[in-house]
Design a protein around this ligand. Structure first.
Ligand code: UDP
Ligand code: MN
Length: 343
């Protein structure tokens, strides 16, 4: 047994420690609350690491609001861009959206995304990138164009590649670029909130400017529906990067209803082998050529319309492919495209 006076001393020390700990904890919490209220994390004026206004699960307004009303709602958005007023954003993010003929989707998307992104305290810009009507759709090519055009406007460090029909359902799903490329649309309602397949990198994904440059962007050669996302995945892993994902309760999305795009007869299955493809070094950002038809800074987004160089040559080749794909070898197709896109 300890002598009586030591027992007393030990009790006093214990109480003292507890009080100090409690005070420290209360003070810590109070400081945190004050900082969060001010939206400032430190003297540098940077926004807090965890944006204070996030709410978690969010709902979607699936009514196509009038543009005028959307503009009224987001008066602080100018030329499709926004930056926090009271603190310096930690992330400069460009949201790129390949687009054709989906006006209702676009209005729902823009209305949803501005409030989502503003709450995340990002400095961001939304880019809607459209291809001339008479050329088969090409999602990868449009992302490459959006990337080049966005970098002319701001030194974005992070890019999000976004389908227009996918809307995030939880604002803890942060549109920043972590160390590794990220697949964001992990759990989509239309697919019962389950990842379609382990190497899926389509829908919504993100990576840093440096990473996108390292992998030479998307392939320019996937006209029609499908394949470009798997090729994009291969580019990432073959450059020794890994793909990160949030847990499916955070990475939830709703897909706006749309008809399944018919698999385009132009689709080059031959190029969609699903394995590491040799042409990554010469097909992508470094072979990208386009004619900018229009770049309009609308209030709610930047609207880019492009057309291919040598459009007629592309159309001709695509028609040949449509008639007799099997008679043309992969290397022939690739070489022809390379010439068309480069000259
Ligand atoms: N897209 C578009 N118009 C089209 C085809 C595609 O705007 O006619 C864009 C849009 O951003 C869309 C994305 O490309 O979300 C992917 O196409 P889609 O939604 O048809 O593909 P799926 O959902 O079947 O993978
Ligand atoms: Mn879709």
């Amino acid at each position: 047994m300890l002598p009586n006076y030591l027992q007393k001393a030990a009790t006093i020390v214990f109480i003292f420690q507890t009080v100090i700990l409690l005070l420290w904890y209360l003070n810590y919490n109070a400081t945190l609350t004050i900082l969060m209220k001010r939206n400032i994390s430190n003297k540098s004026g940077l926004c807090p690491l965890i944006p204070p206004d996030l709410v978690g699960p969010i709902s979607v307004n699936i009514n196509a609001t009038e543009w005028m009303d959307i503009e009224k709602k987001f008066q602080k958005v100018i030329k499709g861009s926004y930056r926090p007023e009271n603190c310096k954003a930690r992330h400069k993010v460009a949201i790129l959206v390949p687009y054709r003929d989906r006006d209702t989707h676009l209005r729902i998307f823009i209305n949803h995304m501005h409030s989502f992104l503003i709450r995340q305290q990002l400095e961001y810009g939304i880019y809607i990138v459209e291809l001339d009507k008479d050329i088969p759709f090409n999602r990868g090519f449009l992302f490459n164009v959006g990337f080049m055009e966005a970098l002319k406007d701001n030194n974005y460090g992070c890019f999000v590649f976004h389908d227009v029909d996918l809307l995030p359902l939880n604002d803890f799903n942060l549109y920043q670029c972590p160390d590794q490329p990220k697949h964001l649309s992990v759990a989509i309602d239309k697919y019962k909130f389950k990842l379609l397949y382990a190497t899926n990198f389509g829908g919504v994904s993100s990576m840093s400017t440096e990473q996108f440059t390292t992998i030479n962007g998307y392939s320019n050669l996937f006209f029609g529906w499908g394949g470009e996302d798997d090729d994009f995945y291969n580019r990432v892993v073959s450059n020794n990067m890994t793909i990160s994902r949030d847990n499916s309760s955070i990475a939830r999305y709703t897909m706006l209803p749309h008809k399944k795009a018919p698999i385009n007869p132009f689709r080059m299955d031959v190029l969609n082998s699903g394995t590491k493809r040799p042409n990554q070094a010469v097909d992508g950002l470094n072979s990208l050529q386009y004619n900018l038809t229009e770049k309009v800074y609308r209030k709610m987004y930047v609207h880019i319309t492009v057309t291919l160089n040598k459009k007629d040559a592309v159309t001709q080749l695509l028609n040949r492919l449509k008639k007799g794909k099997s008679q043309i070898s992969e290397s022939q197709i690739f070489e022809t495209f390379k010439k068309i896109l480069k000259n």
